[in-house]
Ligand binder design. Sequence first.
Ligand code: SF4
Length: 454
Amino acid sequence: MGNKAKTFNQNSEISFDEEHWQKINFNTASFERNFNNGKVNYRNMELEKQRAFNLSNKSLLNLEKLLVDFETHFKEHGGEVLWARDSDDACDLILKLLISEKARKVVRSHSTIIDEIGLNDFLQKKNIDLVESNVSRYVLQVSGMKSYHPLSPAIHLSKEEMNDVLTRGFKLKADSTPKQMVNFVRHQVGEAAKDAEVCLTGANFLLSEEGGVVLTENEGNILKSTSKSKTHIVVAGIAKVIRSMHELSLLLPLLSSHATGQSMAAINSITFGPASNSEGPERMVVILLDNGRSDLLTHEKQRKMMSCIHCGACVSVCPVYKNIGGYAYDSSYVGPMGSVMTPLMHGLKEYEYLTSACSVCGRCADICPVKIPLNDLILENRHLVATKKVGDAKLEAMFKLMIWHCKNRKRLDSPLFIKKVELKRFLNPAWGERRTLPEFAPKSFSQWWKEQKV
Ligand code: SF4
């Protein structure tokens, strides 16, 4: 078992924490409730999902052309496009841009891809001040924590815990209401971000034909930050590109209905390069990030994962996520989508254990707005782990031993103590300390059968 797998097992121990379980289940249930309420806006949601599936497949098949066209058209609007091979590359490019802008303070939006490249830690080491513009993320930053859920980064904190962080960090009064806390943090964020020279965001979609960047949000932080900063840097995965803005009428409602149950998010903006007047950034740069996405695209079945629109619905319904929480995955992508993407993007051997973080219940695939068959893809990953022999060697040895045993009647009837030793030696580490190993029957079936006949 590798180090990451051991850490995963240790972090998963949180599933025995009753309070954690209650918080996560209470909060994810509200996402499910919202989604079910929002479903009524659709006459035939399945049909829309199928259309989205077809469109995204088409985009993936033409990805190369769509990306080049996006670059051409975005540059025509005065924007700049840079390509990053991996996280280090992306961080270096961002640093160079910040140096060229003489920026000492940067404001960022809530974006998983910015987490993916590890930008917060990177900029901290370079003594560049990075301010979170999202309310929950700001609280997490103050308390030194990372995001727990793609939509609700502080889903694991109760309002009392939030209050506690703010009371300790800013001397907010101890029994503040959620509204008071949100207003207080909003004010703090506004103050901290007001003189930021550069704004960093992800992108929900990139429009190939029009050369536009689509950003969708509810709080209004992105719009506020981009309109005040001199430079806007966008970090976007290469699979974010779609053909044209005509596809948004299908994709944006699907995204918001599956994310928050809204028919549309409160604020949706499309930016076509730098502003032509003083009301927006003078410079706009899009960094197109690969970081393992090309590797994922080489897998014929799993490449469907690249259609993900990051609604977070699969995470909110996943029984494994609801038990082990967001930190166990050790990745910015958690839940079923993380279990498919992370091993293929960042190393099958290193992250093979994530292919086991699934009960194959299929709820993720049922809810996915772009019909990604997540549970099937996790099974495909398991198959890859087995065929490439990168799984847990002890577990593999155990299965080989079991097969060897089961293939022969005499071996099946071997003495009880031998079977017990084998079970303890090979299965126990994977079984975990909290579960009692199953007991063998005192007699094998054939021994028992013989006795019955006598
Ligand atoms: S895999 Fe599907 S359900 Fe999960 S985040 Fe992506 S689009 Fe949403």
